[in-house]
Design a protein around this ligand. Sequence first.
Ligand SMILES: Nc1ncnc2c1ncn2[C@@H]1O[C@H](COP(=O)(O)OP(=O)(O)O)[C@@H](O)[C@H]1O
Ligand SMILES: [Mg+2]
Length: 337
Amino acid sequence: MSNSNPIANSWGERVKSELAQLDVKTLGSVGVLLGGRSGEREISLMSGNGVLEALLSKGVDAHAFDPGLRSPTELASEKFDRIFISLHGRYGEDGTIQGLLELLNLPYTGSGVLASALSIDKIATKQIWLSNGLSTPDFEELTSSSDWDSVVEHLGLPLIVKPAHEGSSLGLTKVKSVEELPAAYQLAAGLDKKVIAETCIIGDELTCPLVGQGNSAEALPVIKIIPPQANYDFHHKYFSNETEYLCPTGYLDNVNIAIQELALASYRALGCRTWGRADVMLDQKTGKPYLLEMNTSPGMTSHSLVPMAAKAAGVEYADLVLWVLSQTLLGAGSASI
Ligand SMILES: Nc1ncnc2c1ncn2[C@@H]1O[C@H](COP(=O)(O)OP(=O)(O)O)[C@@H](O)[C@H]1O
Ligand SMILES: [Mg+2]
């Protein structure tokens, strides 16, 4: 990365020096929320167990709490001092658990109520981005009374149909003909009340992690994802060893910087905090990047992307986890939705 890059050159160094001064005892008793009730429960268990192990290895007094097995209201009687949210999807990444933790006055990792609720909703997210002049594929909300021909006319083929609030590519279809559209809608509508159809961007699949908040937020190195047959589905996200990840991407600096700037602007526009990850497609014909979605509780499995970019920036998995948690000491997660 060139020196002209305004983005994230020294984050790794700063993390190391901040952690060198951190006394983990000041973190107190930490609840790691994992599992939960969303379609991404299994992924969250993998993320959360990784996080728990990392915190324990750093000497943090950390304890698992699974709001899929226990009522989240029991958090009120646990004696936690702060919370690491390792939940993905609904009831974990969508502002609801964040709202409960606000009410309990328990500092928690990551984005607040509003940024979480906006980011879980792919349509609300895109409306915020468009109002900030940020590029994202054309889209429509689908309903059972949508006119399939006019959807195809508007968005072209192939197009993508997906639930607005799911993650991990659940319920997602790449539609290649108008005849496939009703079934794709039914599949997505089975998982979510809100369904989105989007123009399919053909090109490279990228993701860019973001750290920090507001004007001091920064972008980490971009990762290029090369799934087999260009199909980055549930299996190829978490389990397959056939997916290839490039970090650095191999692009020229100006390409990386354009992607980082777009991702950073998308993170700031949503008001995200501490960490997040913007998924981006790079149009192979025009070279233009398009924002797909913002993840506010990024995966922390062995195949996960934020740890990969953090490593490229010089920060190992356990240090990343501890740094994210340590941000709750700075007032994040208290009375700031
Ligand atoms: N508009 C699109 N154009 C091209 N590929 C897409 C598009 N939308 C989704 N995809 C593909 O599906 C994957 C999952 O979509 P995404 O919007 O990131 O939702 P989630 O990860 O929450 O399931 C993307 O990583 C990409 O491979
Ligand atoms: Mg995604």
